[in-house]
Design a protein around this ligand. Sequence first.
Ligand SMILES: [Mn+2]
Length: 204
Amino acid sequence: MKVGVVSDVHNNVEALTYALEALRDCELLLNLGDLVSQYRVTPEVLRVSREAGMMGILGNHEKCILSLGSAAMRSRLAPADLAFLEGLPDQRSLSIDGRQVQVVHGAPWDDPSDISCSYVYEQDVRSLNRLSATDADVLLLGHTHIAMATRLGKMLVLNPGSCGEARDRARRLSFAELDFAAGTATVYEVRAGGPPEAFIQTSF
Ligand SMILES: [Mn+2]
């Protein structure tokens, strides 16, 4: 099965639409959270995500919108959009082609009741050591807006980067595709006016 992964879209409908077009062969589409932003929700991004049948989780921005202090923000949302956000789980555990896949926004140990999420960077040995306790074949995470693919024992840890708000040095927007039959994971850069370009490729 081919699985498309986007994270941290932050209302960027144009980049999400680009990624969905590139991922059109995928049978499953995942969104790792922060589809919208804490102080701004573009209904269009929710519509595009829903129409594509994306399976999502909460990011810290959605958790903030759903928290006690954001009643004013919630009152501005269409009921269906609010219900959509309320229906998102904090994490997901999936079985895909016989492999265990854990889907989180920041890190598996994040507290669902806390709106802050952990940042896991490739250079952060302490966090990576902590991740190695995760019982999964593939761990998908986002939040840093920086793409990463690293192996911890048998587990692939993959961050597709942000498909909406670039924060890496190359100012890249990106998304990922995992081919579970071939055992390959690829992170692609969104390139305006052209086809996506792979910049991380690994096997799992
Ligand atoms: Mn985030």
